[in-house]
Design a protein around this ligand. Structure first.
Ligand SMILES: NC(=O)c1ccc[n+]([C@@H]2O[C@H](COP(=O)([O-])OP(=O)(O)OC[C@H]3O[C@@H](n4cnc5c(N)ncnc54)[C@H](O)[C@@H]3O)[C@@H](O)[C@H]2O)c1
Length: 313
């Protein structure tokens, strides 16, 4: 049995990871509930192998127990991931990625833990090379509205790399592409949850711009399978993880409307600033390291997600 510290464990992806790993391991979940919820952890809270620490990862120094309990793995998912949420708290978002990563990397150094940093496809900016490989260096702007998230993640990748080389900590960087599924918040402004909620409420599905922009949507169970496969691998990466199929936002809206049996209208609204036009990962490096490829198609994943959102009302 290992002991995992899951930072951001009360969030969408983190809560699924906690649920998967608790079957065989001890979990210490550290979360400040900036964007996560206790509801996501309701199945775990009474489990003897689960411990919840309500704390900001930027300020872990005074939590003595984190130094004294041996920790084998540290998974750093702590950071708001929805643009609406991170743009509302830009300084806290940047500091979470930089100062928070520094504090968790120091903990990994102390325990000689395996450390996995959850980066993002956003480090590529509006990529003009598709499918995007990890070698693509990115087109980003240090002063954009999204820079608090993007430049924070880029700096945290660098910090992870520096700790690996200076202190020989086994580290991995995963660049996660759009992922969706149960435990997303209903009001976090992400496209899948937005469209499903609107369709279920018979409200308009609001499409940014002309809707021809694409994303690649990966169902959460596929992502959790991917993470499990890399947990004990020595490779640094960085690795792209996500679904390879591109879907236009128009196609997504139409699909969700049909699957929800909704009569909501589709409405176009102005494009958001710095919204990437296309997203499609090349996942060949990750596949070579782990053998992983996603298995759940968009209709199946959306149906499961719709059932979850229906159950909330
Ligand atoms: N969901 C996606 O499609 C996606 C895509 C790319 C990257 N990611 C990355 O994966 C990670 C998880 O994303 P998610 O979708 O689960 O987001 P989320 O917002 O649901 O979860 C983030 C969690 O981190 C916690 N948190 C934020 N700041 C913190 C701090 N300073 N200290 C402690 N806890 C803090 C939040 O309360 C929340 O529980 C993020 O790092 C995100 O950048 C997600």
């Amino acid at each position: 049995m290992h002991t995992y510290l899951i930072a951001g464990g009360a969030g969408f992806i983190g809560s699924h990871l906690c649920k998967r790993l608790i079957n065989q391991h001890k979990i210490i979940c550290v979360d400040n509930f900036a964007t996560g919820s206790r509801g996501n952890l309701s199945e775990l809270i009474d489990n003897d192998r689960f411990e919840l620490i309500d704390a900001d990862i930027c300020h872990l120094d005074k939590i003595h127990q984190l130094k004294t309990t041996p920790i084998t793995h540290i998974l750093n998912l702590a950071c708001p991931a929805s643009p609406d949420q991170y743009m509302q708290a830009p300084i806290a978002t940047l500091m979470t990625s930089v100062q928070g990563s520094h504090s968790l990397l120091n903990l990994a150094k102390h325990h000689k833990s395996k450390y996995i940093f959850f980066s993002t496809s956003e480090v590529y900016g509006d990529a003009d090379s598709l499918p995007t490989t990890e070698k693509y260096l990115g087109q980003t702007d240090t002063l954009s509205d999204r820079a608090c998230y993007i430049e924070g993640k880029r700096s945290a990748e660098t910090l992870t790399h520096l700790f690996r080389h200076k202190f020989q900590i086994p580290t991995t960087v995963l660049r996660v592409f759009n992922t969706y599924g149960p435990n997303m918040q209903t009001t976090d402004g992400r496209v899948v949850s937005n469209f499903i909620m609107a369709a279920l409420q018979e409200s308009p599905l609001r499409i940014d711009g002309d809707g021809h922009q694409t994303r690649s949507f990966c169902y959460i169970d596929d992502l959790i399978d991917a993470i499990e496969l890399i947990l004990d691998k020595p490779d640094f990466g960085p690795f792209n993880v996500g679904a390879s199929r591109q879907t236009t936002i128009n196609e997504l809206a139409t699909k969700i409307k049909t699957l929800c049996l909704s009569s909501s209208p589709l409405i176009n609204q102005p494009t958001r600033a710095h919204d990437p036009k296309k997203r499609q990962p090349c996942t060949e490096s990750f596949k070579a390291a782990t053998g992983w490829s996603p298995t759940i198609d968009l209709d199946e994943g959306l149906n499961k997600t719709i059932q979850y959102f229906k159950g909330l009302s």
